[in-house]
Design a protein around this ligand. Structure first.
Ligand SMILES: Cc1ncc(COP(=O)(O)O)c(C=O)c1O
Length: 410
């Protein structure tokens, strides 16, 4: 019986609305791309998609997906191990393993599922997971589903230190301290995002791998915000930081640079991948990836592998935006990643500025507490290879115009 849940949900939703915490879904009325039409007819330049290589609306991917659907059908109506594996799925797994420099790869319906299904089969209650404090929600949930003991280290803190947070009093530890504390575990695994989505900062994989070797720990990296464009050949943070062969498990998504549809994978050492095929619950109990997505992702990998031009354009756009904003007096999180957080600190300012930017035809999202720490509100701008230089310049001009209008800074 629905009973008092209705009243309770209404009350909660009302409270969230009053606190400005309701997430509004903006409906778009066209394909994903650098310029979009909103359902109300307004046009906007899109600076909030994870469309890093600009492949989401790409004609070559559309054609490859359509051809795969024509050849292999619309869907499998089965999980992989019953009758849901076609040769296109095997081809994609081989291509991913090769692209990611790993011995094997296994497909999931999403990277959320990949992260949800990777820890539990490999680690039991006698094991330990040591995770960065800013890891993506899917890693957090995957870790929760697993019986291993947990340690959370302060974001990016590799040290052996332990100290109380001056504001909350909570004890914060560095990775090395956690590794030492977990010394009695049968097995230790360090889990980290390759690039963190709120700031675009990369994990220090060299330091992590050094510590993993010193303390005999496995390393798991989620490279969703890096696959396809970070590193000299775009293979990811592992390539950029020269740690090939030192990472045991790598998860990633097809929902960002690789065309942006959906799907994900775990790539890793042969036995790990083979064991996940037997035991990973989101793999065993969820339907096969649609053939069209397998075909589209294969094409995205081919494009990412064969051409450096999209990566060049992506980084040129990110650099142009960062330079333009700095010259206009805005503070950005330093770095070169196409995730460019414009720091505003003030939560009201972040949301009114994002709303005003949309009135100017610039779509970028404001993030406030609890998504980012209190007092660290920002507008996250994401660049794409598909943006034209003039569109990037327009975004910078709009930021400056809106700031003048709001009388905000300077
Ligand atoms: C770091 C990271 N991991 C995993 C995911 C989930 O990927 P998917 O959309 O394929 O479930 C995301 C998506 O936001 C992400 O940013």
């Amino acid at each position: 019986m629905y009973g008092n849940l209705k009243a309770e949900l209404e009350e909660r939703l009302g409270r969230m609305a009053a606190e400005g915490l309701l997430k509004e879904e903006r409906v778009i009325a066209c394909a994903q791309g650098p310029e979009i039409v909103l359902a109300d007819g307004r046009k906007a330049l899109n600076f909030c998609a994870n469309n890093y290589l600009g492949l989401s609306g790409d004609e070559r991917l559309r054609a490859a997906a359509a051809a795969a659907m024509e050849e292999w059908g619309y869907g499998l109506s089965s999980v992989r191990f019953i009758c849901g594996t076609q040769s296109i799925h095997k081809r994609l797994e081989d291509a991913l393993a090769d692209y990611l420099g790993m011995e094997g790869a296994i497909l999931f319906s999403s990277c959320f599922d990949a992260n949800g299904g990777v820890f539990e089969p490999l680690l039991d209650e006698d094991c330990a997971i040591i995770a960065d404090g800013l890891n993506h929600a899917s890693i957090i949930d995957g870790v929760r589903l697993c019986k291993a003991r947990r340690w959370i280290y302060r974001h990016a803190d590799m040290s052996d230190a332990e100290e109380a947070d001056p504001e909350t009093g909570a004890v914060q530890k560095g990775l090395e301290r956690c590794l030492k504390e977990a010394a009695g575990a049968k097995r230790r695994l360090i889990a980290t995002d390759g690039v963190f989505s709120m700031d675009g900062d990369a994990a220090d994989l060299n330091a992590i791998c050094d510590l993993a070797e010193r303390y005999d720990a496995l390393v798991m990296v989620d490279d969703s915000h890096a696959t396809g464009f970070v590193g000299p050949r775009g293979r990811g943070t592992w390539e950029d930081q020269l740690v090939a062969g030192r990472i045991d498990i790598l998860s990633t998504t097809f929902g960002k640079a690789l065309g942006g549809a959906s799907g994900g994978c775990v790539a890793g050492r042969r036995e790990i991948v083979e064991y996940l095929r037997q035991k990973s619950r989101p793999y065993l109990f969820s339907n096969s990836l649609a053939p069209a997505i397998a075909g589209g992702t294969l094409k995205a990998l081919e494009i990412a592998r064969e051409s450096s031009e999209l990566r060049r354009r992506l980084y040129a756009n990110a650099g142009r935006f960062r330079e333009g904003m700095a010259a206009a007096g805005f503070e950005l999180r330093p770095g070169s990643h196409p995730i460019c957080p414009v720091l505003l600190y003030d939560e009201k300012l972040a949301s009114s500025m994002a709303a005003e930017l949309l009135n100017e035809g610039i779509y970028a999202v404001g993030f406030s507490f609890p998504v980012v720490p209190r007092g660290m509100a920002r507008i996250r701008v994401q660049l794409s290879a598909a943006h034209a230089a003039a569109q990037v310049d327009r975004a910078v001009e709009s930021f400056a115009a809106v700031r003048r209008r709001l009388g905000a800074i300077g």
